[in-house]
Write a new protein. Structure first.
Length: 160
């Protein structure tokens, strides 16, 4: 049975597995001594990390905009969302894009503030080390409505 060691505030958990017996056929048995060390993230991070990566790829390929997971890149994201709003783009047409850009902002906060993703119901939140909770995906929606800023959310979330 795998053993997971978790060190809060340190590196990601390490997954260690005992030796595994693999049977190739009835006559031949192969023994492998496998210790798997891989960095893992909480399950709550799976979807938003994927949405953020999709948004980065979409912006790079479609808009020729490079996003590098820095706080400064959120200026470009805010301007991109303002441009979509200014063009009169219907919300339904950009709903998935906004979710991805919000997840991207969340990943920026996770990396800058050593925060983590939390999930409740179908919602995804960021929890900073001081216990505060942030909703970057909803902030992207508010930004599209003209009443929010991913850059300012990141600034506030990464302040001590």
């Amino acid at each position: 049975m795998p053993v997971v060691r978790v060190a809060w505030g340190g590196p990601a958990p390490v997954l260690e597995s005992p030796p595994i017996r693999v049977t190739k056929s009835r006559s031949a048995t192969l023994f492998l001594d496998v210790t798997t060390q891989q960095e893992t993230r909480p399950t709550a991070a799976a979807k938003p990390v994927r949405w953020a990566a999709d948004a980065v790829a979409m912006m790079r390929e479609g808009a020729r905009l490079r996003l590098d997971y820095s706080a400064q890149s959120l200026w470009r994201v805010d301007r991109m969302i303002e441009g979509l709003r200014g063009e009169g783009t219907p919300y339904a047409a950009v709903e998935t894009t906004l979710r991805g850009l919000g997840a991207y902002a969340g990943e920026v906060i996770v990396r800058q503030a050593d925060a983590e993703w939390w999930a409740t119901g179908g919602d995804h939140w960021i929890r900073t080390p001081d216990g505060r909770m942030w909703d970057p995906i909803d902030e992207a929606r508010r930004c599209f409505a003209g009443d929010g800023s991913l850059r300012l959310l990141c600034r506030d979330a990464t302040r001590p």
